[in-house]
Structures are given as structure tokens and as C-alpha cells.
Ligand binder design. Sequence first.
Ligand SMILES: [Zn+2]
Length: 204
Amino acid sequence: MYILSHLLVSPNVTRVNCDKNRTPLVAPDTIVMHYTGGGDARSSALYLADPATKASAYVVVARDGQIFQLVPFDKRAWHAGASALAGREHVNAFSIGIELANAGRLIRRDDRWFTWFGHEIPQAEVYVFLGKEGPTYWHAYTPLQLRVAARICQLLARRYPISRLVGHSDITARKQDPGPAFPWNAFRKMVGDLNGKEKTDILK
Ligand SMILES: [Zn+2]
């Protein structure tokens, strides 16, 4: 996989037409990780590309490692919403967002788990988070999906001046993604060094 003309090139990348984002993105320095909070990657990609949807994304990574790219990396996408990072507002203006197909927080009924939209999730895909309010249940990411996302981050850091990797919940109190099931330490290790900044300047 590589980046050509601000697009990922690989047999497992599918382009999805999304021409509502036309404002240039210049010198992005941050990657924002998200979960879709939805069903499969294709349906989320089509929803985000819809001209009527007031949100978009650069890429959606499926649970099987397939990638859907909607917006080229030299245009601003609408992934962050109202947001701020280290005193800078409008994170969309300096970041690239990566969406992972994942249903987010799950609802437990007896010993079964369901997404907010009513799909049952097998127990093997349930991540239990022990917080102050007791256990909560989240859709686990797949190892392949995380590896593919980490590879995308590496390619982005090589091509653009990326020096920060954060979650959507780090830049706005409105959002919980990528949530407690996202393995930050392992993911950062897979991605490796980013550009030019001291390690202390990298959040988390
Ligand atoms: Zn998000």
C-alpha cells in the first residue's frame, strides 16, 4: 500500500465518491481515530459520502481490513465537528480522521449483547470495560483492522507532517470514540515514531 495523489493505493482499497469536501487541507499534523458507531464499513462509507450527511471521513477501515476512501488527504473532511486540540479549534483544518467500523457501546440483555441499532454481537467480540460506574460493554476491534489502520497512520506520517495521534474523545467532550476497546498502547507501538516532536508532545 502507498499514497499517490493523496489517495491510498492497494488492492484492498475501494474509492467511494464524496465530492462535498472541496476546501484544501494543508500540512495536516494530527491523526484522529474514530469508530463509526454503525454497521459494516461499506454502509458507513456510503452514509458518510452522501451529500445530505453533514459529516464525512477520509477512510473507513472494515473489520476484515478492507479500506474505503472517501476524501483525498489534501481536502478537508468533516470528521471532527466542533473540536479543539492544545488550544487550536476546528481540528478538521489540520487533521486527518480514520474511521474504524465498530458499533461502539453495547447494551447487555441477560447474557447477550446488542448494538444501539439492535444487532446482536457475539460474545467473542465484546470488550468489557471496568469503570467507576461498573462494567460497560463495547464492540472489540479486530487485530487485522488495527494493523491496517496502523499501516495507514505510518504512510500518512511519512507523507505529511503528522506529529500527533489522538482520539475523537480527546478533542471534544461530545464524543466517546474510539472508546475503551481501542488499544492505545499497542496501536502506538504498531504505528511507531511520528514526525519531529518530542514524545512528551504526543498526547496519551
Ligand atoms: Zn468520531
